[in-house]
Design a protein around this ligand. Structure first.
Ligand code: DER
Length: 226
């Protein structure tokens, strides 16, 4: 089926893992949207009860409220499960995320999940991170021109998202630099260098975080475990 059908199939598989009483991280993006909608449907049908959602963006919080998923702010308690999309998924389930601009709240939320379940269509599969997507890097607005120069020195070829008078602003009031990744790099090392760059808040590398990915292909949904 078309990509939207595939995204929804992956989402249904992830939501099938949700049990009554769970605290669930609600991802952001066009795939996670289907998961939030399905959670609402299952609650309305009485198939699930006592679910608490923790949203990873203003948009996902609004959607959760709209479909009847109760939401609470992130607090230090662990989440039983988090469900989210990805921009790239490599064979070790290392991810690039952030094309939807939600990477900071997603990482802050999903690091507290006992299980991080990724949902995607097959176009997100890569053999190596960087093949298809830039690496989003959230940077402070203050001094962003200097931070962009520091990042250009580290990963040449990137650009501020939506450059011009009104750059893209995240839910957290920050900007995003979309970095073009080099042909060969060591993700953990590059993550360390980026995080050590003054003005960088967070990167879209989600390394070693995902436990399982449901990837919908025209031949069916693949379940990939780390
Ligand atoms: O921006 C994000 O982190 C989203 O989760 C993104 O990685 C996936 O969005 P999509 O499901 O709309 O492709």
């Amino acid at each position: 089926g078309d990509l939207e059908t595939l995204k929804k199939e992956a989402a249904l598989r992830a939501v099938a893992l949700v049990e009554s009483g769970m605290r669930v991280g609600l991802g952001t993006g066009s795939t996670a949207k289907y998961a939030i909608e399905e959670l609402g449907r299952r609650l309305a049908a009485g198939e699930l009860r006592d679910i608490v959602g923790v949203a990873t963006s203003e948009a996902s919080e609004a959607l959760a409220r709209e479909v009847g998923v109760p939401v609470q702010p992130l607090d230090p308690r662990p989440l039983d499960l988090a469900i989210d999309g990805a921009d790239e998924i490599d064979p070790d389930l290392n991810l690039i995320k952030g094309l939807g601009g939600a990477l900071l709240r997603e990482k802050l939320t999903e690091v507290q999940a006992r299980r991080l379940v990724i949902i995607a269509d097959h176009t997100k599969l890569v053999t190596r991170l960087g093949e298809k997507a830039p690496l989003p890097v959230e940077i402070t607005r203050f001094g962003f021109l200097s931070t962009v120069e520091r990042l250009r020195a580290l990963v040449p070829g990137g650009r501020l998202r939506q450059p011009g008078a009104q750059p893209y602003v995240t839910d957290n009031g920050n900007y995003i630099y979309d970095a073009q990744l080099p042909a060969a790099f060591e993700p953990l090392e590059l993550e360390r260098q980026l995080k050590g760059t003054l003005g960088v808040v967070e990167t879209g590398f989600f390394l070693g975080m995902a436990d399982v990915a449901f990837v919908a292909t025209p031949e069916g949904v693949r379940e990939i475990r780390r």
